[in-house]
Design a protein around this ligand. Structure first.
Ligand code: BDR
Ligand code: CA
Length: 306
């Protein structure tokens, strides 16, 4: 059983990842922390609470940073996930509220309390994780691993030709996380672009799980339209679910040990770069994936939901 905290900017594929975690018998979800990215941090927090309530999960949410470490604040663009984060599904207020504790403090405390067992899975920009590393020098030694959805070594970018979106939105934070050593795993576009979920897959999910799967299918229309218009693909990548699946099924991914750095300037800002001469300890970067097995696990487990 993996003790997991997901750091998230929900977000359509974030919703898929969180519902997957709710369904997975090998995941104990200990909480969500929120971050800007697909939406503002305030909207991400509201959406995270809403997803947990929909899934019937009573776990805490801690709201995260509202701005990147160094870059100025930015307005999330609505064209990938919609104005409110869930495609055309309108905004709604959750019943619950977030903790008083900040995301970084919550992460540091949970890592101490579950020393050696906590897996943190950031599926948005890495600001909260960098803040936790800076706040508590023992954060990295306390966690079991940090499995990031982000980056791209050979695949090129998705928000610019060079950068993947989660890294691009806070490259300085991502560069801090790159210095976390062998416990840090990057699940980036090199693998997530290989895992495509098609319109008929969402239809099948909704048929088996009318409530939560139905909600994902409704959101997916907007996301699929973006993929079709922007990339000419008749399916969307399972970015964030792939990172959550890598937390419990690392054997489905081929990883390379790479000292990694992030470009923080100019037109390559947000690019993740192999930095052999940097003296940095290598992190693990996923370069291959058993895509059919990841997808079939995703579909099988979502079918267990109401
Ligand atoms: C990442 O960016 C966001 O749009 C998605 O939610 C995912 O975390 C993919 O590049
Ligand atoms: Ca995300």
């Amino acid at each position: 059983m993996v003790k997991l905290i997901i750091d998230t900017d929900p977000g359509i594929d974030d919703a898929m990842a969180i519902f997957y975690a709710a369904a997975a018998p090998d995941i104990e979800l200990l909480g969500l922390t929120t971050i800007f990215g697909n939406v503002t941090t305030a909207t991400a927090t509201r959406n995270a609470l809403r997803l947990l309530e929909a899934a019937g999960l009573d776990v805490p949410v801690a709201a995260g940073a509202t701005t990147p470490l160094v870059l100025p604040p930015f307005k999330p663009s609505a064209h990938v996930h919609g104005e409110e984060g869930f495609g055309d599904i309108p905004a709604a207020d959750p019943k619950g509220t977030a903790l008083d504790e900040s995301a970084a403090d919550f992460l540091c405390r949970m890592a101490r309390e579950h020393k050696g067992a906590l897996v943190v899975c950031p599926i948005g920009p890495l600001t909260n994780i960098a803040l936790a590393m800076q706040r508590d020098p023992e954060f990295i030694s306390n966690v079991k691993s940090i499995v990031v959805m982000g980056g791209s070594l050979e695949e090129g970018g998705n928000i610019t030709p060079h950068a993947e979106a989660n890294i691009y939105h806070d490259p300085h934070a991502a560069d801090v996380v790159c210095q976390g050593g062998s416990k840090v795993v990057f699940v980036g576009l090199d693998v997530t672009h290989r895992i495509l979920c098609l319109p008929e897959d969402f239809k099948a999910i909704a048929a088996k799980s009318p409530e939560l799967g139905g909600m994902l299918q409704e959101m997916s229309h907007f996301y699929l339209k973006f993929y079709l218009e922007a990339a000419g693909k008749n399916g969307c990548s399972l970015h964030d679910p792939a990172a959550v699946i890598a937390c419990t099924h690392p054997e489905l991914f081929g990883m390379r040990d790479v000292p990694l750095a992030v470009s923080c300037e100019g037109e390559t800002s947000g690019a993740t770069l192999a930095a052999a001469d940097s003296g940095r300890a290598p992190v693990k970067v996923c370069m291959t994936v058993k895509a059919d097995e990841v997808k079939s696990l995703f579909l099988r487990r979502l079918a267990l939901l109401p």
